[in-house]
Structure formats: structure tokens, C-alpha cells
Design a protein around this ligand. Structure first.
Ligand code: PMP
Length: 384
């Protein structure tokens, strides 16, 4: 039996069609896109092609609304610090939900150290942002509010349109980290009223090393990486063209295949949830219905998520996650699971399964059997 990869929220494999497309750039149009000779102009065409495909994926007003960066972390930093610093005359307050990724929370905390007021908005037990609390903290001084489209650890999809209306009633800009949602569920920045939106290549079957930030026309922000003035002066540095070209093609494929792929993965996800919840003392984390179609997340009493991950990998060659790959270096429980109200010992028993293109319905019984055996084995060994 080959491996079964169920950790698509950490990274997606590069789609072979993307690789083939982006390779053409390396072979033929390897110029610097800022050069005016034919190889430079050829390279520039690849960037503009990618910009157009990404604009289409999220229904941006125009292609120039898209700025390329090195990835999600940089896009989040640019969105948050770039707008807060550029609009400091309007106020020094920022807000974010308690379940944002560290690449949102840490730039916010950096602003806080530099004299900004940071408001953290709680979520309910399913991970939905507390709208009453949000309404209560927003003021005319709140220049940037960051709420993710969907959470990568618990799969919950936030009511972004409603949030956008609240933010625009009192504050200035809404930034949305769409890493877990982009390319998975339809996103329409115009209909949702989003000012800034973060997307990443490596969460959409594109190569690592590229990200994008959508910036609504009229939104004012300053560069956090000054230099040669590429990307409208907002993000200097020679473009990572292989990754950008690949990201564009990845966005095109995701848009074209989204509906069909969602129907297919949703069935597998529902079956996995039904079967895994039959295990004693197992619980779904996140929202039961308002969740990503490829996302199934659980917690099990009396065992550790790390042991589940290692056992599933070694004994069954099935790769799962315990939460965010970025926080796996610390043994602290996930801040997302604590924010939905779990106790430390409960948060430690988490397992996240995120499906992707390689997964098939026939794998469900194999996965379920492996999870059942793993939980049984670990509970036998558990002193709790
Ligand atoms: N936001 C979210 C929701 C994420 O899951 C991640 C990690 N995949 C990031 C931001 C940061 O991504 P990267 O480490 O690729 O910059």
C-alpha cells in the first residue's frame, strides 16, 4: 500500500501540469522581467499572465490589484504593517481574531510593542468570530482588522461578508488571510467587501516561494521591503518567476476544477467524519457544517496528537497533522484549540485530516482502520 497524504493544509504537492507550465519559463524566457530585451519582456508576460489568473480566481476588479510576494507570511506582514503604518494619522488601533495564524498575530503584536492598541476578538466553540465583541471593539481609529476566510486547523469558514460590513461601518480596512480557503471554495473579493486578501502558491498546488496580496483599488499602504521598486513599489526584489508562473497556472486549474473537486472531496470528508466519530471519546473540532469541504479535524481524549501523527506515519504511511505545522516545533497546545475553549489536555489530543487531489474514496476504510487501531493502541499505553 502506498502512502496516503492527508496534510494538504500544511503544503500541497506541486501539480504536474503546473510544473510543466512553469518549466517553460525556465527553459525559454529566463530574463529578468525588469529588462527591456526580448527575454525580459517574455518573462514579464509570464508574470502578467499569472496576475490575470489570480485576479480571476478571486474576482478582483483588475489585474493590477494583485501584488506578488514570497509567500503567505510576507503578504500578511505587508497587509498588516503596510496599512497600519501608512494610515497612522487615522488611528493606532488594530484588531484580529484569536484564531489567526502566527503570521498575522505576530506582526500585530509587533505593532502593539510600537504603541498600537491590539484588540483580539474571541471565537465561539465552533471557531466562528464573536460578532458582538467585534462590533464592540471597532472604532474610527481601527485602521486594519484581520479575520481569516477559513481556519487551517479546524476548517471553520468565517462569515466574511457580515464581518466586512461591520468593519466598514466603523473602522477602515479588512484584511483576510485566505490561505486555507483560496482555490478550495469560491472567493469573490468584491461581493465580500474585502480590502486586502492573502493567497499562497504552496497551498494551491503551486511551487513554494510565491504568494500574492490582493489590494482593493484606493487602499493605501506602504512598502515594508523597499528597493528597486518592483510590484508597484510595494514589494521590491527580482520576482521569483518560476514560482509566480506556477502559482498563476495553479490558480487557473483550481478555479476550473473547484466545483467538481469539492463535490468529490466533500463526500470523502463526510464519510471520514461519520466513521471516525464512532470511536469512543472522539469529537469533531470546528464547525459541523460551515467548514471547508476537504477538512476533517478531531480530538481524542487521553492521547497525544503527536503520538497519533507518528504512529499513523510509521505504521500505516499515512501523513496527518496535529494542527499548524508552524507551531509543531513548540510543545504548547494550539492557540486555535485553546481559543475554541478546549482545556490544555483536550487540545493536546488533536488530529487534522486535510484532503486533496490524490485522495480517493477507496482510501476511507484504510484511513478509518488505521485511526481506530492507533487510538486503541495509544489508549492502552496511556497512563491517563
Ligand atoms: N496563514 C495560514 C492560515 C496558514 O495556514 C499558513 C501556513 N500554511 C500561513 C498563513 C503561512 O504560510 P507560509 O509559511 O507559507 O508563509
Amino acid at each position: 500500500m502506498g502512502r496516503i497524504y492527508l496534510d494538504h493544509a500544511s503544503v500541497t504537492p506541486v501539480d504536474p501540469r503546473v510544473l510543466e507550465f512553469a518549466e517553460r519559463y525556465l527553459k525559454n524566457d529566463f530574463g529578468n522581467p525588469s529588462s527591456l530585451h526580448s527575454l525580459g519582456l517574455g518573462a514579464k508576460r509570464f508574470i502578467e499572465d499569472a496576475r490575470g489568473k489570480i485576479a480571476k480566481l478571486i474576482n478582483a476588479e483588475k489585474e493590477t490589484c494583485i501584488i506578488f510576494t514570497s509567500g503567505a507570511t510576507e503578504s500578511n506582514n505587508l497587509a498588516i504593517k503596510g496599512t497600519a503604518l501608512r494610515n497612522v494619522a487615522k488611528g493606532k488601533e488594530v484588531a484580529a481574531s484569536a484564531i489567526e495564524h502566527m503570521s498575522v498575530l505576530n506582526p500585530m503584536k509587533e505593532l502593539q510593542k510600537n504603541g498600537f492598541k491590539l484588540n483580539i476578538i474571541p471565537v465561539d466553540s465552533t471557531g466562528i468570530v464573536d460578532l458582538e465583541k467585534l462590533g464592540g471593539v471597532l472604532t474610527k481609529n481601527t485602521t486594519v482588522t484581520s479575520i481569516m476566510y477559513a481556519n487551517n486547523e479546524i476548517g471553520t469558514i468565517e462569515p466574511i461578508k457580515e464581518i466586512s460590513e461591520m468593519v466598514h461601518e466603523k473602522g477602515l480596512y479588512l484584511h483576510v488571510d485566505a490561505i486555507a480557503a483560496a482555490g478550495r471554495i469560491p472567493i469573490d473579493v468584491q461581493n465580500d467587501g474585502i480590502d486586502l486578501l492573502t493567497i499562497s502558491s504552496n497551498d494551491m498546488y503551486g511551487p513554494q516561494g510565491a504568494g500574492a496580496l490582493y489590494i482593493k483599488p484606493g487602499v493605501r499602504l506602504q512598502s515594508i521591503l523597499p528597493g528597486g521598486g518592483q510590484e508597484r513599489g510595494l514589494r521590491s526584489g527580482t520576482e521569483n518567476l518560476f514560482a509566480i508562473a506556477g502559482m498563476g497556472e495553479a490558480a487557473r486549474i483550481a478555479k476550473d476544477e473547484m466545483e467538481q473537486e469539492n463535490t468529490r472531496l466533500e463526500k470523502i470528508k463526510d464519510k471520514l467524519i461519520d466513521e471516525i466519530l464512532k470511536i469512543e471519546e472522539s469529537y469533531l473540532t470546528g464547525h459541523p457544517t460551515q467548514r471547508l469541504p476537504h477538512h476533517a479535524s478531531f480530538r481524542f481524549s487521553r492521547i497525544e496528537g503527536e503520538s497519533i501523527l507518528l504512529n499513523m506515519n510509521m505504521r500505516y504511511s499515512i501523513q496527518v497533522s496535529t494542527g499548524s505545522a508552524c507551531s509543531s516545533k513548540t510543545l504548547e497546545p494550539s492557540h486555535v484549540l485553546l481559543a475554541i475553549g478546549l482545556k490544555h489536555e483536550e487540545a493536546h489530543g488533536s488530529m487534522v485530516l486535510t484532503l486533496g487531489r490524490s485522495n480517493k474514496a477507496e482510501e476511507v476504510p484504510i484511513i478509518v482502520k488505521a485511526v481506530k487501531e492507533t487510538v486503541q493502541k495509544l489508549r492502552k499505553l496511556s497512563p491517563l
